[in-house]
Design a protein around this ligand. Structure first.
Ligand SMILES: Cc1cc2nc3c(=O)[nH]c(=O)nc-3n(C[C@H](O)[C@H](O)[C@H](O)COP(=O)(O)OP(=O)(O)OC[C@H]3O[C@@H](n4cnc5c(N)ncnc54)[C@H](O)[C@@H]3O)c2cc1C
Ligand SMILES: *[C@@H]1O[C@H](CO)[C@@H](O)[C@H](O)[C@H]1NC(C)=O
Ligand SMILES: *[C@@H]1O[C@H](CO)[C@@H](O)[C@H](O)[C@H]1NC(C)=O
Ligand SMILES: *[C@@H]1O[C@H](CO)[C@@H](O)[C@H](O)[C@H]1NC(C)=O
Ligand SMILES: *[C@@H]1O[C@H](CO)[C@@H](O)[C@H](O)[C@H]1NC(C)=O
Ligand SMILES: *[C@@H]1O[C@H](CO)[C@@H](O)[C@H](O)[C@H]1NC(C)=O
Ligand SMILES: *[C@@H]1O[C@H](CO)[C@@H](O)[C@H](O)[C@H]1NC(C)=O
Ligand SMILES: *[C@@H]1O[C@H](CO)[C@@H](O)[C@H](O)[C@H]1NC(C)=O
Ligand SMILES: *[C@@H]1O[C@H](CO)[C@@H](O)[C@H](O)[C@H]1NC(C)=O
Length: 567
């Protein structure tokens, strides 16, 4: 026998088969106050064959599912629903329970000949209310070897909040939210205004709360992503991050249950190593966060510009990209963040006055004028009195125009584009060519102008330091529908890699752990740079038995059976 196959056999043996009797589950249900929920894919009521059992579809419930199929608010309220739907399925065995996202009314996916299979949806969910629920789950997993996952909103692009046959800790209903003008992290002495939220709070609720109390909280583009889960633990980027920092820069304290069953408070004054690890090391790795506290800032006036090409052409795209790249460093220094995709560019800054904004953005305004003059596009220069008023317009118009953000399967890859890529004329040409080549392969290319370009940080976070020297975080994606073949799915994963390779060739090895490729090459360096070794030590310190694990997370074990559904 070759050494490699011996090692492989040993690694298989080290995975005790997961076994839980119905008695074990009943006991667990009692321990968690009856809040153990069966894991059921959201589309189940539409099917007549559910995990091999003949049932009557529930048409009322099925119609509700169809009506909310691409609605992220609906999905985030349902334990067995994921935003990116391949993570509900078992891709390797082709077992799934999906509808047609382009036309949820299409009867084809749920005809009697089609089967609904639980796939990667966890076997059971605990609706977490207390630390004791989490401790019970750790004990249960230790005893039975049933894999544990943590699910908050189910936005993960890399399938890290589901796993076949698992027990999920569902943190969605931890909705407490409080504001303090003089929050002092436990054990510290310095105070600052801060927002404390339960792990289930989502951006929509936090933005509304911030608006009511007249302050700014720095968060993402999507109203249903969670404030305390994967977003902040992996980095957390925002259109305000340029000047105000990433989520990890602003978090002041976590309350977390570590796998040893201890409830810990991690901040700059206690459990400081854990605090550092949670500021970028990634969700699902060091424990279950119950609550986070984050710095808030005074209200900012948002100067914005929106330019949209309505008659797309290769020339117009090139002109837009050239304008962006030629002004990339200047706009980074002027505090701009934003998003550019599908011929629409949104830039905003909290740093300039309206007059300064007009001067800084003159090249983009000129481009907008050329579009308008030729009837090929529109532009608007806008001022918003605060973040929420911008966010509402942005989500209601721009995001909608780009199609449903969720409810279908997506392969994604990403790269951080460095300041050095803008430094000389030849570098700028090289960058333009790479971006155009990537756009040609994957037209959905998105510029997240969300790097902390003007926010140096203080060396107390564990994300890759390359974030600080970056101007863009670029993502590409390839979608597929319910009936895609395995070959098509593999092609999707390959295509995003081939596309982002154009940027990988000319940039430092750096990507965002939450939006990286499923098969991100050199992922330890790409996500964490030189911080990886220390993060791995802390993984061993806080989770020595490896109760938690997720795909390409710190210290992951790729051969674990929990990953058996990945392609
Ligand atoms: C439509 C869309 C828009 C997005 N926009 C942005 C954006 O603007 N900025 C940005 O930075 N990212 C964005 N993302 C990416 C987002 O940050 C990640 O998907 C992130 O993982 C979501 O975290 P979640 O907790 O909401 O989701 P989940 O899928 O529930 O969890 C993600 C990961 O975090 C872990 N986790 C969740 N809760 C906890 C907890 N309480 N304790 C410990 N671990 C936990 C899970 O185990 C999993 O590994 C977007 C994603 C989507 C789908
Ligand atoms: C069918 O679904 C509806 C709506 O979710 C629910 O109220 C009803 O009880 C279900 N009927 C059956 C027979 O399960
Ligand atoms: C978990 O297990 C530990 C010891 O392994 C035990 O002391 C504790 O009571 C258990 N807690 C729960 C909630 O089951
Ligand atoms: C939420 O807040 C209420 C009221 O302040 C408190 O009683 C409760 O313990 C809090 N729940 C959690 C999970 O923190
Ligand atoms: C909100 O805060 C801003 C800046 O901190 C202040 O100028 C303004 O008066 C406040 N508005 C209200 C309604 O309190
Ligand atoms: C594209 O731009 C080039 C030069 O910038 C010009 O020569 C060409 O005519 C343009 N093509 C179209 C279709 O507008
Ligand atoms: C764009 O052009 C139209 C006329 O075609 C004009 O009414 C409109 O004001 C222009 N928009 C801007 C922002 O200049
Ligand atoms: C952060 O670390 C770098 C490299 O070690 C150092 O150059 C820099 O001064 C540090 N910054 C702060 C704010 O401590
Ligand atoms: C998938 O279904 C759609 C209609 O729902 C159809 O147009 C398409 O050809 C199908 N694709 C495959 C691979 O079967």
């Amino acid at each position: 026998m070759k050494l490699s196959s011996v090692l492989f056999t040993i690694s298989l043996l080290s995975h005790r088969p997961a076994q839980a009797t119905s008695r074990d589950w009943q006991d667990l249900n009692i321990q968690v106050g009856g809040r153990l929920l069966k894991g059921v894919p959201i589309s189940t009521p539409c099917f007549s064959d559910v995990d091999g059992v003949a049932v009557n579809p529930n048409l009322t419930a099925c119609n509700e599912v169809k009506a909310g199929y691409d609605d992220e608010l609906v999905r985030s309220d349902v334990p067995g629903a994921y935003m990116i739907t391949q993570w509900e399925t078992c891709q390797s065995s082709n077992q799934q329970c999906l509808l047609d996202y382009l036309d949820p009314e299409n009867p084809a996916p749920s005809l009697p000949s089609q089967m609904c299979r639980t796939g990667s949806v966890p076997h059971y969910f605990i609706d977490v209310h207390t630390a004791a629920d989490v401790i019970a789950a750790f004990n249960f997993s230790r005893k039975t070897s049933i894999p544990l996952v943590i699910k908050n909103t189910g936005h993960d692009y890399k399938g890290r909040s589901s796993a076949p046959g698992s027990l999920a800790l569902w943190t969605h209903n931890l909705k407490n939210i409080t504001y303090s003008t003089d929050f002092v992290p436990e054990g510290c002495s310095k105070s600052s205004p801060a927002l404390t939220v339960g792990a289930g709070v989502q951006w929509q609720q936090a933005y509304q709360f911030a608006d009511t109390h007249n302050f700014t909280i720095v968060g993402g583009t999507d109203r249903t992503v969670g404030v305390s889960g994967g977003w902040v633990q992996g980095g957390g980027h925002s259109a305000l991050s340029n000047t105000m920092g990433l989520g990890v820069d602003r978090v002041l304290q976590f309350k977390i249950v570590t796998p040893d069953g201890k409830v810990r408070v991690a901040n700059a004054c206690q459990n400081t190593d854990l605090f550092w690890a949670l500021r970028g090391g990634g969700g699902g790795t060091f424990g279950v966060v119950l609550e986070s506290t984050t710095l808030v800032s005074p209200v900012v006036t948002v100067q914005a510009i929106l330019v949209s090409i309505t008659s797309p052409s290769a020339n117009r795209t090139k002109e837009l990209y050239s304008t962006m790249i030629d002004n990339g460093l200047k706009w980074a220094d002027d505090g701009y963040g934003g998003y550019v995709s599908g011929g629409t560019a949104v830039y905003l800054t909290p740093k300039l006055t309206a007059a300064e904004h007009a001067v800084s953005m003159a090249p983009l305004v000129d481009f907008g004028k050329r579009l308008n003059a030729t009837g090929t596009g529109v532009y608007q220069v806008l001022e918003f009195p605060n973040w929420l008023s911008f966010f509402n317009v942005f989500t209601e118009t721009e995001l909608e125009a780009q199609g449903p953000p969720v409810g279908y399967s997506i392969a994604m890859a990403s790269r951080l584009v460095n300041r050095a890529n803008f430094q000389t004329a030849s570098k700028r040409t090289e960058l333009l060519d790479a971006l155009l080549a990537a756009t040609e392969l994957t037209p959905s290319l998105l510029f997240d102008i969300t790097a902390p370009s003007s926010f140096p940080g203080d060396n107390t976070t564990s994300v890759t330091p390359v974030w600080r020297d970056s101007v863009y975080h670029v993502t590409v994606k390839v979608p597929w529908n319910w009936n895609a073949t395995t070959t098509e799915k593999l092609h999707g994963y390959d295509l995003v890699d081939t596309s982002i390779d154009h940027l990988r060739k000319i940039t430092p090895t750096a990507s965002y752990s939450n939006e990286g490729a499923v098969h991100e090459p050199d992922h330890e360096i790409a996500f964490w740079g030189g911080n990886y070794a220390r993060l791995l030590e802390l993984k061993h310190k806080y989770d020595p038995e490896h109760i938690l694990d997720c795909w390409q997370c710190v210290g992951w074990e790729p051969t674990s059976l929990r990953f058996s559904c990945y392609l």
